[in-house]
Ligand binder design. Structure first.
Ligand SMILES: [Zn+2]
Length: 311
């Protein structure tokens, strides 16, 4: 639809991590790159859209977390004409990815980073464009407007596609796994993962996108959702509820586990109310990684928020 093709990057599990190919009058733009393991899937998508690699003009990154951007350097090597558009705060990490690799290695360990994310190679500086707030990527006359949308990460942009009146939302419009679809539509959960989650910024970024009255949102995790107003309301309510849960357990010694358990219960309850008939265990299994990351990220924010300034 509107020349937008979903690529399942295969990261983690099927239907977990998406990237997109937008095609306009024989030219293409990728939104996000997945990891370098996904390279063959990107090359297949080019062929399936009847294009050649030299007809790809852009790779636009929503943010530089590795499930979205880890493969950008490798992908760019195969796209001779493409420029990389990325948030100004993310640009230097694409030119020199060593800090990203070190950061991920500190959390997951070096071996796992290598096996999960593959080779993370630099993008030549002269192929990187900093997408400031309001920057418009011109894809054969089709405007792709980049908006600074912090809340999940400070290096995050959402991309408004004028033609489709839709956003490519990266992780700022939550995650919605297709396994949870019911007659009531999509089921959505915010991502509050470390280390730059901020609830006020997340609320504001969601509202900023909603002012365009978008017809659809293209999420990284996973694919296109409609009924956008309901989902936005849902995200706002959940962010507030999750902050309240985190505050309630903030001073207990095993706070991360308690918050994770409370989040699990909260999402299961919401999924059941949404009409999801899966067993609670199955629901928690699909959200397991997100539950843990959400608990960790909300605590990072809470500790930052409670720290008195200048101390
Ligand atoms: Zn992500």
């Amino acid at each position: 639809m509107h020349g937008i093709h979903t690529i399942d990057t295969g990261f983690g599990r099927p239907r977990f991590d998406a990237a997109y190919l937008v095609v306009e009058r024989g030219r293409g733009a990728f939104i996000d790159s997945g990891t370098s393991h996904a390279l063959p899937r990107f090359l297949d998508a080019i062929t399936a859209a009847d294009l050649a690699p030299r007809e790809i003009d852009w790779v636009i990154l929503t943010h530089v977390h590795l499930d979205h951007a880890g493969g950008a350097g490798e992908l760019m090597r195969h796209l001779p004409k493409a420029m990389l558009a990325v948030h100004p705060r993310g640009a230097r990490h694409m030119i020199d990815p060593s800090a990203l690799i070190a950061g991920a290695s500190a959390v997951y360990g070096e071996d796992r980073v290598r096996s999960d994310y593959g080779d993370i190679v630099p993008v030549p500086k002269d192929r990187v464009i900093e997408a400031d707030d309001g920057f418009v990527v011109d894809l054969a006359g089709r405007a792709l407007l980049c908006l600074d949308t912090p809340g999940h990460a400070k290096h995050h942009i959402a991309i408004h596609d004028e033609r489709a009146n839709a956003f490519f939302t990266g992780d700022i419009f939550g995650l919605s796994y297709r396994e949870f679809d019911t007659d009531a539509g999509a089921f959505i959960v915010p991502t509050t993962s470390p280390v730059q989650f901020d609830p006020d910024e997340a609320h504001a970024s969601i509202e900023r996108m909603m002012r365009y009255e978008p017809q659809a949102m293209y999420l990284t995790h996973f694919d296109r959702v409609t009924d956008v107003k309901r989902l936005a309301d849902d995200l706002h309510a959940q962010i507030d509820a999750m902050v309240a849960i985190a505050r309630q357990h903030a001073d207990t010694p095993d706070r991360e586990d308690r918050i994770a358990a409370a989040f699990a219960e909260f999402y299961v309850e919401r999924a059941r109310r949404h009409g999801v008939t899966m067993a609670p265990d199955a629901i928690v299994k699909l959200l397991k990684v997100d539950i843990r990351l959400n608990a960790q990220g909300i605590l990072v924010w809470l500790d930052r928020a409670r720290k008195p300034p200048n101390h």
